[in-house]
Ligand binder design. Structure first.
Ligand code: SF4
Ligand code: SF4
Length: 249
């Protein structure tokens, strides 16, 4: 039996925040968004779950690769979430994304592959002592309400994500080579593309309104970066992605 309690230290509220598509659209005025593509090898234990929620492709050397395609609040790894208050609380607690509610579990993985996520990273103040609630029994999540809700959203959005991803693979040859390079990175790599590339494929959304809100979030995020040189790539991406969003307004 494994124990876990969030003490609301706010230390994990930094860097990338993977979102369901619904949460990304809901919070488009708050988070600078990207779509992060993460390739997973066929031999990896989360291949089947990734295939179910994302898509697969064949590399030139005939290997099958599954790809997680994840709308993401694209925040530099040491920068706080824009919803984190000065006293380390969540300003949108009542409406926070499903990803934050399900922490530390991660439904892009099978339920049985969650144990290592219960080990707090250095500096995190999660309570994993025996006095904290029992959250994981063997390979089963004890209270699975949030996990199931996030998994259900990911399953529901897969029929929208998959044709978008396949279309981008067909029209942007750099995606296949970028994913192949990402596969070679120790610990796993990724390819990040503009959220506009996905928004364009959502015919039932008010694209102009969402794009206008996203331009505000990207501009605000760019200001927060200041002139810090190590974040030059984020600054450049925010500017490029705001320009792509302009074309949707
Ligand atoms: S939305 Fe709230 S809980 Fe989620 S990362 Fe941001 S501050 Fe933390
Ligand atoms: S690091 Fe742990 S205790 Fe701190 S906010 Fe995140 S989940 Fe909660």
């Amino acid at each position: 039996m494994r124990h876990f309690r969030c003490t609301a230290c706010g230390k994990c509220c930094v860097g990338w925040l993977p979102l369901t598509l619904k949460d990304a659209l809901l919070h488009a005025g708050r988070f600078p968004l990207a779509v992060v593509w993460t390739p997973v090898r066929q031999a990896a234990k989360d291949f089947a779950a990734t295939e179910r929620l994302g898509f697969t492709f064949r590399t030139p050397d005939k290997k099958t690769v599954a790809v997680r395609v994840c709308p993401t609040a694209y925040i530099p790894p040491t920068m706080a979430c824009p919803a984190l208050t000065a006293d380390n609380l969540c300003a949108i607690h009542g409406a926070k994304p499903l990803r934050c509610k399900t922490m530390p579990f991660f439904p892009y993985r099978d339920e049985g592959h969650q144990a290592d996520l219960l080990v707090p990273r250095p500096g995190w103040d999660c309570d994993v002592s025996p006095s904290a609630p029992s959250v994981y029994d063997g390979k089963t999540i004890v209270d699975r309400t949030d996990f199931d809700a996030e998994r259900a959203e990911l399953l529901a959005q897969a029929p929208l994500i998959r044709p978008y991803a396949q279309r981008l693979m067909e029209t942007a040859p750099a995606m296949a080579s970028g994913l192949a390079k990402a596969l070679l990175k120790p610990g796993g790599g990724h390819v990040a593309v503009s959220f506009a590339s996905l928004l364009r494929h959502l015919p039932n959304e008010d694209r102009s309104r969402i794009a206008a809100r996203q331009i505000g979030a990207l501009t605000e995020a760019s200001h927060r970066l200041g002139t810090e040189s190590s974040w030059a790539e984020y600054r450049r991406n925010y500017q490029d992605w705001a320009w792509e969003m302009e074309r949707l307004t």
